[in-house]
Design a protein around this ligand. Structure first.
Ligand code: WT7
Length: 586
């Protein structure tokens, strides 16, 4: 390692708080139980995450503190205090209660990044119902899979997004209510008249509802939110998180992001993904912080303006976004003042050393990489603000987390040897089960170890290095896509007989989706067909989950039992050794 691969922290320019000063010290003897008292409990076992995110702060001077600064796509700025959030989430809890939504029932938010996300997410938790989110780019099949599998009772959405729901609602017998947060475009006028599900006017109901509500006494282990995420096989699985998760979201945000009371914090992730929930809602609110919620799309200049205008102090973003900023060049950066930025962080994909070096030039500070998953609920392996950064490493396990690299038999390997990245069972924000699939959940463990699905190595200093996925899960622009989901949509296209999908390394997006396709008789590959296939996948699955590249083949490599060998396609695509092909059909 050369000196340029290591960033030492300068304690003259950054004086760390005592708890961050010495990582090894923090690690020693840390016990999650010791921080229970930093939250409010009904009793020893009962606690509600929404109460801890919001209501708790309204008993202190924080009641009039700004909790959320919202900037709309058109640049309109609104501010919401902790008291506002308490009242709005109470109102929504009352609306849910009036409509008869019960504890444990599933309420989905299919919303853009707008303030209603806070009121509806937290209001759902307040009645003990389970909140789930849907990324606004999802198409019909993606919606149907998630809403159908979880037997969703309610979806909160906008009139515009409702159109995608309207075409599948008849296949969702449990969906009773659709709440429309605005009536600017009344669906009835567009021929979307519907008696089931019943359309509810959010504004009208919220106006009528009381701002007082007694938060339901949930058990800390009761499910609070459910997030569907992709695996390498089958349809997306529902990761279930308990109210207890907030304990770790709170503490990791405090310690790793090092938030101070006066900070403005911006998490660029959408609430459709776990980062947007753990570090866009629960963690920062539990700390009584001020969150910036930016509705607009990615654009380098607008992002820089946003960082500058709101004087963002702590910024949590993703490698793909950083690479896109790099592409826009350093010249643009010079126009802005980022002097208020104290720490910057990244999550979701490997963070290349170049990106950290570039960050040093652009923002005069390094991006800190953090590693975690939808399943883990909060950051587990991280670069602390005070730790020297080894460029390209994910960092070290957070206190209270035991991480290891295991061999096939579940035994820890020696330093610098590749293996399965595993975490010792028992951290507060660990998923509690997979929705209606306890069997599959159990298979994720080897004894006391949760096997993450990532391959990694640990060096002799205890730093972890990401190697890749152990399975076929694709990460494109930081978003997790299951090959099977894309393949299922592809074969619905009238021209396609068979399809196999892989992630192909891409400089900007980390990976892009590449599809290998055989066509039905009578169809021949051509650019129009390719365009049509892309459009088809976007409409059915999601705007981000379509194959950017396609290869048309006469036949796909299969095992003798008829399973398409994605691994072989990938090896051939990347020019890697083909490995064991003894099961190949011919
Ligand atoms: C997968 C989890 C939870 C945050 C958003 C992603 C990959 C995540 C890193 C990192 C290399 C990373 C892993 C992981 N990943 N962070 N710092 N370096 N890879 O959550 O969609 O559940 O994806 O993202 O492969 O297993 P997710």
């Amino acid at each position: 390692m050369t000196s340029t691969d290591l960033i030492q922290k300068d304690k003259k320019t950054f004086v760390p708080p005592a708890y961050l000063d010495d990582y090894e010290h923090a690690l020693k003897g840390f016990d999650w139980n010791s921080i229970h008292k930093e939250l409010e409990w009904f009793d020893k076992d009962h606690m509600n995450a929404a109460h801890n995110a919001v209501d708790r702060h309204t008993k202190t001077a924080n009641r009039n503190k700004v909790a959320v600064i919202y900037e709309s796509s058109s640049g309109k700025i609104e501010k919401y205090t902790y008291l506002d959030l308490k009242h709005q989430s109470n109102k929504f809890a009352n609306v849910l209660t009036k409509l008869g939504i019960k504890k444990g029932e599933r309420v989905f938010l299919f919303l853009p990044r707008i303030p209603e996300v806070y009121a509806t997410f937290l209001g759902t938790l307040k009645i003990g119902a389970i909140a789930s989110t849907l990324f606004s780019a999802f198409g019909e099949d993606a919606l149907l899979d998630r809403l159908g599998h979880s037997k969703a009772k309610m979806v909160v959405t906008t009139p515009d997004l409702f159109k995608r729901l309207a075409s599948i609602k008849d296949k969702l017998p449990d969906l009773t209510y659709v709440v429309l947060v605005s009536t600017d475009l009344i669906p009835q006028k567009e021929g979307l008249v519907s008696s089931v599900p019943i359309l509810i006017d959010y504004k009208k109901e919220m106006l009528e509802a009381s701002k007082n509500f007694t938060v339901v006494k949930t058990h800390a282990e009761d499910p609070a939110f459910l997030l569907y995420t992709s695996g390498s096989t089958g349809k997306p699985k529902g990761v279930v998180h308990a109210h207890m998760a907030i304990l770790q979201q709170y503490y990791t945000h405090k310690m790793i992001h090092d938030v101070h009371p006066e900070d403005v914090y911006w998490c660029t992730a959408d609430h459709g993904w776990v980062t947007g929930i753990s570090y866009g809602i629960l963690g920062p609110l539990a700390n009584g912080g001020t969150i910036l919620q930016y509705e607009g799309r990615f654009d380098p200049e607008i992002w820089y303006e946003t960082l500058e205008r709101h004087e963002v102090n702590i910024w949590y973003t993703a490698p793909t976004a950083i690479r896109m900023l790099m592409k826009a060049g350093l010249e643009v950066v010079k126009k802005y003042d980022f002097s208020h930025l104290r720490h910057i962080y990244s999550v979701g994909e490997p963070l290349n050393p170049e990106a950290i070096r570039w960050g040093m030039q652009a923002f005069k500070k390094p991006f800190h990489d953090t590693w975690w998953q939808t399943e883990t609920g909060s950051m587990l392996i991280v670069n602390y603000p005070t730790m020297p950064i080894k460029l390209g490493s994910m960092g070290k396990p957070f206190p209270g987390i035991t991480a290891a690299v295991l061999d096939h038999d579940g035994k820890e390997v020696s330093a610098d040897v590749e293996g399965d990245l595993a975490i010792k069972r028992g951290w507060p924000s660990m998923m509690r089960t997979l929705w209606h699939d306890e069997e599959r959940y159990k298979k994720l463990f080897k004894g006391d170890w949760y096997i993450t699905g990532d391959r990694a190595r640990k060096d002799s200093d205890g730093y972890f290095w990401y190697i890749g996925r152990a399975d076929d899960v694709i990460k494109t622009s930081g978003e997790r896509v299951g090959p099977f989901e894309v393949e299922s949509v592809l074969v619905e296209h009238p021209a396609i007989a068979e399809a196999a999908v892989i992630g192909k390394p891409d400089e900007l997006r980390g990976e892009i989706i590449k599809a290998f396709i055989t066509l039905r008789a009578g169809f021949t590959p051509n650019p129009d067909l390719e365009e049509d296939i892309k459009k088809f996948v976007k409409q059915h699955l999601a705007a981000h989950a379509y194959p950017r590249e396609m290869a048309f083949m006469d036949k796909l490599p299969k095992t003798r039992s008829g399973k398409i060998m994605r691994r072989l396609l990938k090896a051939r695509e990347l020019g890697l050794p083909e490995g064991d092909t003894s099961t190949l059909e011919d």
